[in-house]
Design a protein around this ligand. Structure first.
Ligand code: CP
Length: 313
Protein backbone atom coordinates (compact mmCIF):
# COMPACT_ATOMS: atom_id res chain seq x y z
CA UNK A 1 0.00 0.00 0.00
CA UNK A 2 1.44 3.40 -0.96
CA UNK A 3 -0.97 5.92 0.64
CA UNK A 4 -3.88 5.93 3.10
CA UNK A 5 -6.14 8.65 1.74
CA UNK A 6 -9.64 7.22 2.05
CA UNK A 7 -11.59 4.17 3.20
CA UNK A 8 -11.23 2.93 -0.38
CA UNK A 9 -7.56 2.21 0.35
CA UNK A 10 -8.62 -0.60 2.69
CA UNK A 11 -8.56 -3.87 0.73
CA UNK A 12 -10.43 -5.91 3.36
CA UNK A 13 -12.10 -4.06 6.24
CA UNK A 14 -12.67 -7.23 8.36
CA UNK A 15 -8.99 -8.20 7.99
CA UNK A 16 -7.79 -4.71 8.95
CA UNK A 17 -10.11 -4.65 11.98
CA UNK A 18 -8.84 -8.08 13.06
CA UNK A 19 -5.22 -6.94 12.65
CA UNK A 20 -5.89 -3.73 14.63
CA UNK A 21 -7.44 -5.76 17.45
CA UNK A 22 -4.35 -8.02 17.49
CA UNK A 23 -2.09 -4.93 17.66
CA UNK A 24 -4.19 -3.65 20.56
CA UNK A 25 -3.37 -6.83 22.54
CA UNK A 26 0.37 -6.38 21.98
CA UNK A 27 1.04 -2.84 20.69
CA UNK A 28 4.83 -3.17 20.63
CA UNK A 29 4.92 -6.54 18.85
CA UNK A 30 6.40 -4.84 15.74
CA UNK A 31 8.57 -2.30 17.54
CA UNK A 32 11.50 -2.83 15.15
CA UNK A 33 9.46 -2.42 11.94
CA UNK A 34 9.74 1.36 11.91
CA UNK A 35 13.31 1.62 13.23
CA UNK A 36 15.24 4.38 11.41
CA UNK A 37 12.03 5.56 9.72
CA UNK A 38 10.48 8.95 10.37
CA UNK A 39 6.84 10.02 10.34
CA UNK A 40 6.26 13.71 9.75
CA UNK A 41 2.85 14.95 10.92
CA UNK A 42 1.70 18.28 9.46
CA UNK A 43 -1.31 20.01 11.00
CA UNK A 44 -3.08 22.79 9.15
CA UNK A 45 -5.85 22.56 11.83
CA UNK A 46 -6.17 21.78 15.52
CA UNK A 47 -6.24 18.26 16.93
CA UNK A 48 -6.15 16.35 20.18
CA UNK A 49 -6.94 12.71 19.36
CA UNK A 50 -5.43 12.47 15.88
CA UNK A 51 -2.17 14.04 16.96
CA UNK A 52 -1.62 11.94 20.08
CA UNK A 53 -2.95 8.63 18.74
CA UNK A 54 -1.02 8.77 15.46
CA UNK A 55 2.19 9.72 17.26
CA UNK A 56 1.61 6.91 19.78
CA UNK A 57 1.00 4.43 16.95
CA UNK A 58 4.24 5.43 15.25
CA UNK A 59 6.12 5.09 18.55
CA UNK A 60 4.69 1.58 19.03
CA UNK A 61 6.26 0.70 15.66
CA UNK A 62 9.63 2.17 16.63
CA UNK A 63 9.36 5.20 14.33
CA UNK A 64 10.72 8.65 15.00
CA UNK A 65 8.10 11.40 14.75
CA UNK A 66 8.27 15.05 13.78
CA UNK A 67 5.20 17.24 14.28
CA UNK A 68 4.57 20.69 12.82
CA UNK A 69 1.58 22.97 13.16
CA UNK A 70 1.91 23.95 9.54
CA UNK A 71 -1.05 26.31 9.50
CA UNK A 72 0.44 28.62 12.13
CA UNK A 73 4.17 27.91 12.06
CA UNK A 74 5.08 27.52 8.40
CA UNK A 75 4.73 29.67 5.29
CA UNK A 76 1.29 29.91 3.77
CA UNK A 77 1.10 27.72 0.68
CA UNK A 78 0.05 28.37 -2.91
CA UNK A 79 -1.49 25.47 -4.85
CA UNK A 80 -2.40 26.95 -8.23
CA UNK A 81 -0.36 26.16 -11.33
CA UNK A 82 1.25 29.22 -12.90
CA UNK A 83 0.08 31.63 -10.18
CA UNK A 84 1.89 34.95 -9.95
CA UNK A 85 2.65 34.77 -6.24
CA UNK A 86 2.51 38.48 -5.45
CA UNK A 87 -0.23 38.10 -2.80
CA UNK A 88 -0.33 36.34 0.61
CA UNK A 89 1.26 32.93 -0.13
CA UNK A 90 5.04 32.74 0.29
CA UNK A 91 5.73 29.16 -0.81
CA UNK A 92 4.35 26.78 -3.45
CA UNK A 93 3.22 23.23 -2.66
CA UNK A 94 5.67 22.00 -5.34
CA UNK A 95 8.71 23.05 -3.27
CA UNK A 96 7.17 22.57 0.19
CA UNK A 97 6.10 18.95 -0.44
CA UNK A 98 9.50 17.99 -1.95
CA UNK A 99 11.33 19.60 0.98
CA UNK A 100 9.16 17.82 3.57
CA UNK A 101 9.73 14.50 1.78
CA UNK A 102 13.51 14.87 2.19
CA UNK A 103 13.13 14.79 5.98
CA UNK A 104 10.84 11.79 6.47
CA UNK A 105 9.61 8.45 5.12
CA UNK A 106 5.86 8.97 5.60
CA UNK A 107 3.98 12.28 5.78
CA UNK A 108 0.61 12.60 7.51
CA UNK A 109 -1.58 15.61 6.76
CA UNK A 110 -4.53 17.25 8.51
CA UNK A 111 -6.26 19.93 6.43
CA UNK A 112 -9.98 20.62 6.87
CA UNK A 113 -12.49 21.95 4.40
CA UNK A 114 -12.58 25.74 4.35
CA UNK A 115 -16.39 25.62 3.81
CA UNK A 116 -16.25 28.67 1.55
CA UNK A 117 -16.06 27.02 -1.86
CA UNK A 118 -17.49 23.54 -2.50
CA UNK A 119 -15.31 22.88 -5.54
CA UNK A 120 -12.07 23.86 -3.81
CA UNK A 121 -12.96 21.64 -0.85
CA UNK A 122 -13.91 18.75 -3.14
CA UNK A 123 -10.47 18.98 -4.79
CA UNK A 124 -8.75 18.35 -1.41
CA UNK A 125 -5.81 20.43 -2.64
CA UNK A 126 -3.54 20.12 0.40
CA UNK A 127 -3.75 16.32 0.68
CA UNK A 128 -3.57 15.79 -3.06
CA UNK A 129 -0.80 18.38 -3.40
CA UNK A 130 1.40 16.29 -1.10
CA UNK A 131 0.41 13.10 -2.94
CA UNK A 132 1.40 14.69 -6.25
CA UNK A 133 4.65 16.36 -5.20
CA UNK A 134 6.06 14.56 -2.12
CA UNK A 135 6.86 11.13 -3.69
CA UNK A 136 6.56 9.41 -0.29
CA UNK A 137 3.53 7.71 1.31
CA UNK A 138 0.84 10.12 2.52
CA UNK A 139 -1.64 9.46 5.35
CA UNK A 140 -4.90 11.40 5.62
CA UNK A 141 -5.36 12.66 9.20
CA UNK A 142 -8.65 14.37 8.09
CA UNK A 143 -8.93 16.24 4.87
CA UNK A 144 -11.77 18.24 3.35
CA UNK A 145 -13.48 15.11 2.13
CA UNK A 146 -12.67 12.33 4.56
CA UNK A 147 -11.42 11.18 7.93
CA UNK A 148 -10.52 7.55 7.22
CA UNK A 149 -8.45 7.04 10.40
CA UNK A 150 -11.54 7.93 12.44
CA UNK A 151 -13.78 5.62 10.41
CA UNK A 152 -11.34 2.74 10.80
CA UNK A 153 -11.30 3.33 14.59
CA UNK A 154 -15.11 3.36 14.48
CA UNK A 155 -15.12 0.01 12.66
CA UNK A 156 -12.87 -1.45 15.38
CA UNK A 157 -15.22 -0.07 18.08
CA UNK A 158 -18.27 -1.53 16.34
CA UNK A 159 -16.60 -4.94 16.05
CA UNK A 160 -15.66 -4.91 19.73
CA UNK A 161 -19.17 -3.99 20.89
CA UNK A 162 -21.53 -5.69 18.45
CA UNK A 163 -23.81 -8.25 20.09
CA UNK A 164 -25.23 -9.54 16.80
CA UNK A 165 -23.94 -10.38 13.33
CA UNK A 166 -26.02 -7.67 11.64
CA UNK A 167 -26.52 -4.76 14.08
CA UNK A 168 -28.65 -1.72 13.30
CA UNK A 169 -26.40 1.36 13.06
CA UNK A 170 -27.86 4.86 12.74
CA UNK A 171 -25.92 7.95 11.68
CA UNK A 172 -27.86 10.88 13.12
CA UNK A 173 -27.29 14.57 12.34
CA UNK A 174 -27.21 16.88 15.37
CA UNK A 175 -27.40 20.65 15.78
CA UNK A 176 -24.23 22.72 16.22
CA UNK A 177 -23.59 26.47 16.50
CA UNK A 178 -20.90 26.36 13.77
CA UNK A 179 -20.95 24.93 10.26
CA UNK A 180 -18.89 21.74 10.23
CA UNK A 181 -17.34 19.79 7.33
CA UNK A 182 -18.49 16.47 5.86
CA UNK A 183 -15.25 14.53 6.35
CA UNK A 184 -16.36 12.41 9.32
CA UNK A 185 -19.82 11.45 8.01
CA UNK A 186 -18.42 10.82 4.52
CA UNK A 187 -15.88 8.30 5.81
CA UNK A 188 -18.32 6.78 8.29
CA UNK A 189 -20.85 6.16 5.50
CA UNK A 190 -18.19 4.65 3.23
CA UNK A 191 -17.04 2.41 6.08
CA UNK A 192 -20.60 1.34 6.96
CA UNK A 193 -21.28 0.41 3.35
CA UNK A 194 -18.58 -2.26 3.78
CA UNK A 195 -20.10 -3.62 6.99
CA UNK A 196 -22.69 -6.31 7.50
CA UNK A 197 -25.25 -4.01 9.16
CA UNK A 198 -28.69 -2.45 8.86
CA UNK A 199 -27.45 1.11 8.26
CA UNK A 200 -29.71 4.19 8.32
CA UNK A 201 -28.81 7.87 7.94
CA UNK A 202 -31.13 10.45 9.50
CA UNK A 203 -31.01 14.25 9.17
CA UNK A 204 -33.35 17.19 8.55
CA UNK A 205 -34.38 17.86 4.94
CA UNK A 206 -31.73 19.99 3.27
CA UNK A 207 -28.83 18.28 5.04
CA UNK A 208 -28.34 15.50 2.48
CA UNK A 209 -24.75 14.29 2.21
CA UNK A 210 -23.13 13.90 -1.22
CA UNK A 211 -25.42 11.42 -3.06
CA UNK A 212 -22.41 9.81 -4.73
CA UNK A 213 -21.34 8.75 -1.22
CA UNK A 214 -24.74 7.85 0.28
CA UNK A 215 -25.90 5.99 -2.86
CA UNK A 216 -27.40 2.66 -1.76
CA UNK A 217 -27.76 3.67 1.93
CA UNK A 218 -31.16 4.21 3.59
CA UNK A 219 -32.06 7.82 4.44
CA UNK A 220 -34.93 8.43 6.91
CA UNK A 221 -35.91 12.05 7.66
CA UNK A 222 -37.88 11.10 10.79
CA UNK A 223 -35.22 10.73 13.51
CA UNK A 224 -37.56 8.77 15.83
CA UNK A 225 -38.36 6.23 13.10
CA UNK A 226 -34.69 5.91 12.22
CA UNK A 227 -33.67 5.26 15.83
CA UNK A 228 -36.22 2.50 16.38
CA UNK A 229 -34.40 -0.73 17.27
CA UNK A 230 -30.94 0.80 16.87
CA UNK A 231 -27.96 -1.00 18.37
CA UNK A 232 -25.52 1.85 17.72
CA UNK A 233 -26.22 5.56 17.21
CA UNK A 234 -23.42 7.65 15.69
CA UNK A 235 -24.12 11.35 16.14
CA UNK A 236 -22.47 14.11 14.12
CA UNK A 237 -23.18 17.56 12.79
CA UNK A 238 -22.38 18.52 9.21
CA UNK A 239 -23.31 21.58 7.21
CA UNK A 240 -25.73 21.69 4.28
CA UNK A 241 -24.57 21.82 0.67
CA UNK A 242 -27.32 24.16 -0.57
CA UNK A 243 -26.10 27.18 1.43
CA UNK A 244 -22.53 25.92 1.80
CA UNK A 245 -20.82 26.91 5.04
CA UNK A 246 -23.98 28.34 6.67
CA UNK A 247 -25.92 27.07 9.67
CA UNK A 248 -29.51 26.77 8.41
CA UNK A 249 -30.99 24.53 11.08
CA UNK A 250 -30.56 24.95 14.83
CA UNK A 251 -33.45 22.66 15.76
CA UNK A 252 -32.51 21.52 19.26
CA UNK A 253 -34.98 18.62 19.03
CA UNK A 254 -32.29 16.79 16.97
CA UNK A 255 -29.94 16.69 20.00
CA UNK A 256 -29.33 13.10 21.18
CA UNK A 257 -30.92 12.37 24.55
CA UNK A 258 -30.92 9.37 26.85
CA UNK A 259 -34.60 8.82 26.04
CA UNK A 260 -34.02 8.76 22.29
CA UNK A 261 -30.93 6.55 22.60
CA UNK A 262 -32.85 3.84 24.46
CA UNK A 263 -30.81 0.62 24.60
CA UNK A 264 -28.41 1.66 21.83
CA UNK A 265 -24.72 2.42 22.28
CA UNK A 266 -23.70 6.04 21.63
CA UNK A 267 -20.82 6.94 19.31
CA UNK A 268 -19.20 10.28 18.41
CA UNK A 269 -15.74 11.06 17.04
CA UNK A 270 -15.12 13.91 19.56
CA UNK A 271 -14.69 16.74 20.30
CA UNK A 272 -18.36 17.16 21.17
CA UNK A 273 -20.38 20.07 22.55
CA UNK A 274 -22.31 18.83 25.56
CA UNK A 275 -26.01 19.64 25.74
CA UNK A 276 -25.98 20.92 22.15
CA UNK A 277 -25.08 17.77 20.17
CA UNK A 278 -25.78 15.29 22.98
CA UNK A 279 -26.99 15.64 26.54
CA UNK A 280 -24.77 14.98 29.58
CA UNK A 281 -26.80 11.93 30.59
CA UNK A 282 -25.70 10.11 27.41
CA UNK A 283 -22.00 11.00 27.60
CA UNK A 284 -21.85 10.26 31.33
CA UNK A 285 -23.89 7.07 30.99
CA UNK A 286 -22.76 3.48 30.50
CA UNK A 287 -23.87 3.35 26.84
CA UNK A 288 -21.32 5.88 25.61
CA UNK A 289 -18.44 4.45 23.54
CA UNK A 290 -16.69 7.76 22.86
CA UNK A 291 -13.62 7.07 25.02
CA UNK A 292 -13.21 3.60 23.48
CA UNK A 293 -13.47 5.17 20.01
CA UNK A 294 -10.71 7.65 20.88
CA UNK A 295 -8.54 4.82 22.25
CA UNK A 296 -9.03 2.83 19.05
CA UNK A 297 -7.61 5.72 17.03
CA UNK A 298 -4.15 4.45 18.06
CA UNK A 299 -4.72 0.97 16.64
CA UNK A 300 -6.36 2.31 13.49
CA UNK A 301 -3.30 4.51 12.87
CA UNK A 302 -0.98 1.64 13.79
CA UNK A 303 -2.46 -0.81 11.30
CA UNK A 304 -2.24 1.88 8.59
CA UNK A 305 1.40 2.76 9.35
CA UNK A 306 2.30 -0.93 9.63
CA UNK A 307 0.84 -1.70 6.20
CA UNK A 308 2.67 1.24 4.64
CA UNK A 309 5.96 0.19 6.29
CA UNK A 310 5.41 -3.41 5.17
CA UNK A 311 4.88 -2.25 1.57
CA UNK A 312 7.76 0.25 1.54
CA UNK A 313 10.70 -1.48 3.30
N1 CP B 1 -11.83 12.86 16.22
C1 CP B 1 -10.74 13.62 15.95
O1 CP B 1 -10.19 13.61 14.86
O2 CP B 1 -10.28 14.33 17.01
P1 CP B 1 -9.22 15.51 16.93
O3 CP B 1 -9.83 16.57 16.03
O4 CP B 1 -9.02 15.99 18.33
O5 CP B 1 -7.96 14.99 16.32
Amino acid sequence: MKHYLSINDIDSLPDWVTEARELKKNPRAHRLLGAEKTLCMLFFNNSLRTRLSTQKAAMHLGMEVMVMNFGTESWSLEFGDGTVMDQGSAEHIKEAAKVVAQFCDIVAIRSFAGLKDKEIDAADVVLNGFVEHAAIPVVNMESSMGHPLQALADAITLAENAQKKRPKVVLSWAPHPKALPHAVPNSFVRMMQRQEADFVITHPKGYELDPSITKGSTIEYDQYKALKGADFVYVKNWCCYSDYGSVLNRDTSWMMTKGKLGQAKFMHCLPVRRNVVVEDAVLDGSRSLVIEQANNRTYAAQVVLKKILDSNP
